[in-house]
Design a protein around this ligand. Sequence first.
Ligand code: FDA
Length: 307
Amino acid sequence: MSTFFRKTILFGADLPVVKSFFTKYGMRLVAHRFVAHEQLSGACAKVAELNQRKLTSTLDFLGESVYEEKLAIDAADMVLRTFDSIANHQLKSNVSVKLTQLGLSISPELCLKLMRKIAAKAREHGNFVRIDMEDSPITQQTIDIYTTLRNEFGNAHVGLVLQSYLYRTEDDLRKLAPFKPNLRMVKGAYREPASVAYPRKADVDANYVKLVKAMLDQGCYAAVATHDVTIIDQVKAYAAARQIGRDRFEFQMLYGISTSLQQQLADEGYTVRVYTPFGEHWYPYFTRRLAERPANLLFVLKGMLRK
Ligand code: FDA
């Protein structure tokens, strides 16, 4: 994926005409490849199928950039219900959330209040909530809210995501690692300027490997979230050479992407967690998936032509 391609797709997806077409027809035509279901019950059924194939999950109620308090409270309610459904159906799944869906852009206090309810619910069920990382203007606020919650609820119930495309991540990890946190490492999916993020993919990839090794060396629990086979092989070899147990890390991939690789790793005995998004607000998530890979555009075009 070239940075130019990714930025062009993310720009085009913001155009009103493109947005209105896809939000009207997209789920039926194409988005179902990346989005498990529009409803919680349907998504839980998909998680049950994953579990039967030895794959675990993290459910994500889609939504971001919420500017109305009521919508943030409604989203938090859905996250609470998601934890209850996981428990009721005895699913192997935790939950991922985005802070801008939970009111961060309205006020950090509102967001922290809602996140405390969510973390308390995770603890009540012996489960875990992970805070996704969004774009760089809110990286520090996200880390601050995570840190408050981790201090109150502990590593067993709250985790964070870091992005290897950001220059700052090495320093962030250096500060977080002494607390032995549960961290998901990703390359990063947003349109970021060269002033904050490596523009070259090779640098993003090299930083990714360096950061995951540092996480493993420093006793963090590492959620290695990538479909990059070269990186996955390097992590497997590194862990084996240093006798780092498989209970110290897991692989994570996105619903509908590299599914045979997901299965292969699970069959080899690694923990594999599938990020399983659901809900009606799937458009921004969907466009980030398109931007990651030129071939996905062909998939979209074929889906549209079939109609
Ligand atoms: P890379 O882009 O180099 O792709 C490697 C290979 O994977 C490709 O050659 C292709 O085969 C396959 N592949 C990758 N993306 C694909 C796609 N969309 N469709 C089809 N094939 C694809 N980002 C973020 O900024 N904040 C976050 O919180 C998260 N959370 C998150 C959770 C999980 C579980 C995953 C796997 C990813 C994220 N991401 C994320 C997204 C992440 O930043 C990144 O954009 C994608 O994972 C794609 O990068 P890869 O690491 O897969 O490598």
